[in-house]
Design a binder for this molecule. Structure first.
Ligand SMILES: Cc1cc2nc3c(=O)[nH]c(=O)nc-3n(C[C@H](O)[C@H](O)[C@H](O)COP(=O)(O)O)c2cc1C
Length: 302
């Protein structure tokens, strides 16, 4: 068995596999499928200061090799997280990464402050794809100024490891990655979903009530892999790669491209135990190819 441990900021992961935010809820349902302590880290759904209701239905539809979702970051808010979700998640021997969302810099900071002192929260993943209401609803993560402002503010509000989750809906992801690192981000994760839509020709209606949604699953993998490769070469902090990872081979490709860890998202909807199969498969790949430590394959594609 190869050594699988990796480090993201101050978070030590016993293996390089976590869950992609929003595709794993807060772990309760998935704990019936496998022991969550087997994961390198548990990454939970986006959490805001107050509860968010999300978008009207229908808010999910299938696409060739993927899915579109317009859930709208529905969640019960930070207080409910502390009272109802965290006590359950604390039972597991895996670090916890909490994805945070907001409509203003102040809201992100408030969530980081509310959860930052809680035992069992190891890191924050800032979802910078949310619209900034005070700046014409442009997503924070689409401009160097926006990403700098939010990362600096969250970093200043917590001692926990800060991971910035980059949006792929930009022209130059490397400049945004560099800005996040310059602002103090300890690590980066990418990619979030790609903006898309779907129309039903029979009914002549949009399939999502929200009209647009985020594309995920195998369809986005080549885009994600390219972005991880470009970003990992440009920055000196660890990268968590995600986007269309369904098998161990997919995960290995992201590690070869330069990711230190990977997250499994939509793949979990097809195979609820995908993350565990991927941990086992990475181990097997390392053994079969004569590697003793997963770190030996990070970024070695040529
Ligand atoms: C149903 C659903 C909900 C999601 N919710 C969140 C979220 O709350 N915060 C976030 O940063 N990303 C969210 N994402 C994006 C995923 O974490 C991931 O970045 C993206 O789906 C690409 O990975 P995948 O192709 O493996 O699913 C969500 C994705 C899906 C499909």
């Amino acid at each position: 068995m190869a050594r699988l441990e990796v480090k993201i900021g101050n978070v030590v992961m016993k293996n390089p596999v976590t869950t992609a935010s929003g595709t794993f809820g807060f772990g309760k349902e998935m704990a019936e499928v496998f022991d969550l302590s087997l994961l390198g880290a548990i990454t939970v759904k986006g959490t805001s200061v107050e509860p968010w209701l999300g978008n009207p239905t229908p808010r999910i539809c299938e696409t060739p090799a993927g899915m579109l979702n317009a859930i709208g970051l529905q969640n019960d808010g930070a207080e409910a997280f502390l009272a109802e979700k965290l006590p359950f998640l604390r039972r597991f021997d895996s670090p916890l990464i909490v994805n945070i969302v907001g409509h203003s810099v102040e809201e992100y900071v408030k969530v980081a402050e509310m959860l930052g002192g809680a035992e069992g929260v190891d890191a924050f993943e800032i979802n910078v794809s949310c619209p900034n209401v005070s700046r014409g609803f442009l997503a924070f993560g689409t401009s160097v100024e926006g990403i700098t402002e939010i990362v600096k503010a969250v970093k200043g509000a917590t001692d926990k490891t800060v991971i910035t989750k980059l949006s792929p809906n930009v022209t130059d992801i490397v400049s945004l990655a560099e800005a996040a690192v310059k602002a103090g981000s300890d690590a980066l994760s990418l990619i979030n979903t790609l903006l898309g839509t779907s129309i039903d020709a029979k009914t002549r209606k949009f399939r999502l009530a929200n009209v647009t949604g985020g594309l995920s699953g195998p369809a986005v993998k080549p885009v994600a892999l390219r972005m991880v490769y470009d970003v990992a070469r440009a920055v000196d902090v660890p990268v968590i790669g995600m986007g269309g990872i369904v098998t161990a081979e997919d995960a290995v490709e992201f590690l070869l491209a330069g990711a230190t860890a990977v997250a499994v998202g939509t793949g979990t909807f097809v195979n609820p135990a995908a993350a565990i199969d991927i941990i086992d498969g990475i181990d097997k790949y390392l053994d079969e190819n004569g590697f003793e430590d997963v770190k030996e394959i990070i970024g070695i594609v040529s």
